[in-house]
Design a protein around this ligand. Sequence first.
Ligand SMILES: C[S@@+](CC[C@H](N)C(=O)[O-])C[C@H]1O[C@@H](n2cnc3c(N)ncnc32)[C@H](O)[C@@H]1O
Length: 508
Amino acid sequence: MAAQLPSTFIERMKELLGTEYEQFADTYKQTPYGGIRVNTLKITVQELLERSPFELQPIPWCPTGFYTEDGTRPGKHPYYHAGLYYIQEPSAMAPVELLNVQPGDRVLDLCAAPGGKSTQIAAKLQGQGLLISNDLHPERTKALAKNLELYGVRNGIVLNESPDRIAAAFPGFFDRILIDAPCSGEGMFRKDEDMVKQWEPGTPRKYADMQRDILRSAAEALTPGGTIVYSTCTFAPEENEGSILEFLASHPQFTAVPAGGAGSFSPGLGELPEAARLWPHKVKGEGHFMAVLRHDGSSAAQGDTGNADTALPVSVHSKRGKAPMAAKAPGGRGDGGRGGKGGRASGKGSAPKGREPQGSGEEAALAAFAEFCREQLGWQPDGCPVMFGDHLYISPLPKEALDGLKTIRPGWYVGHVRSGRFIPGHPLATALKPSECCRSLSLSSGNGEAVSYLKGETLAIPEQRLSVKPESTSKGYVLVCIDGFSAGWAKWQEGMLKNEYPAGWRWT
Ligand SMILES: C[S@@+](CC[C@H](N)C(=O)[O-])C[C@H]1O[C@@H](n2cnc3c(N)ncnc32)[C@H](O)[C@@H]1O
């Protein structure tokens, strides 16, 4: 590590660690650990281990996480482009394991960009329930949306909102909330020298103030009996035990439950031993802090919005065994607020400004989509159709539920309508399995053809290489897979595969 650690930081760490300080300081001479996490939406751990082109060693606190060897470049393998794994710092895989997400849960990831933990949550949901991934910074939500698309997430919504506005729109709604808080980043100094340069003695206090507000909003958005996991990548006690103790003092319905872990976690400091710390001189990973906060189930914490189930806007199948609810704007937030009227979707699926879905236009688009599904898939995805201009999303929530919220992706982007025809979107392909398509083709990761496809090249493909369902013809959209795992669309006609892999995603 070339950057000089700030002297105030060194003094603080000496005070915190006492005799352990020298051991801790030695870690700055070591290379940080790299890791990948298997995307179980697309492949099982066992299958990835059997196919892995590089050496993998298990990460003790995450059953889908593996250390990669120094010098390995997992981002330069076609499997990365097929969304089979996420490249993630090993300690950063711990907080979601503590969140204990179950398929069917309603989960909010409040500080989500670029999406490492959101993709981990989505894998645990296995397409059931709801994931809302939010980030305050608009630029950062682009990478977040792209990652959810690359990893084949069907039940995710991406927002660009402040936590208090999300809490006002969804009071008492979420079963589980992750706050991977903005922090002074001291635990990342070894890996990210920019964090060192940005650090000043007042930085931890500044972030602690921000964290207090985020925690308060999360408490309002949580259902009675729900769980919040709070994490940071800093050592600063005021941002860790300090933020949590302050929260607990003002929210008596919550308790910190033991974070335990797989024996790798150290207890929180001082009055919060239930929390967990990952120290770089004790584990193979960077510095992290985590606390698990459980609500006692009383509805008082939610004020007069207490009965969360009555306010459900969700169309996802509830684990509580209730039928999907009718479309309803939650929390009385249909007033537009800061975000103005109507949601907003940006990027490929964005609506032209001020344009609302047209009744008959929407019907025509849905009919075109239904026809596409019949001809190309042989089935149709469930969910609430949400249109922005000509662009269609399948959402786990009705459109009204997102009214007034800055919405980057209201759901799974399935495509758009042009001249009455449905053009499938790239995220539709990345979330499909070959068995869910009438036509598919598997390219090999080992002989250069997958890379040619990822570069956007046209390929000569004889008809007999296509897998075509009995009732379909060979000509048309093909789900292109890499060793059997979906990567994108192409169109096949007379031996030629016209590449539909989007320019912004290509292999460089
Ligand atoms: C530690 S990073 C999140 C990393 C992410 N969870 C992941 O695993 O990829 C913290 C994020 O919080 C966002 N952020 C900062 N202030 C925020 C706020 N008040 N509300 C929501 N997000 C905020 C930052 O833009 C940043 O992306």
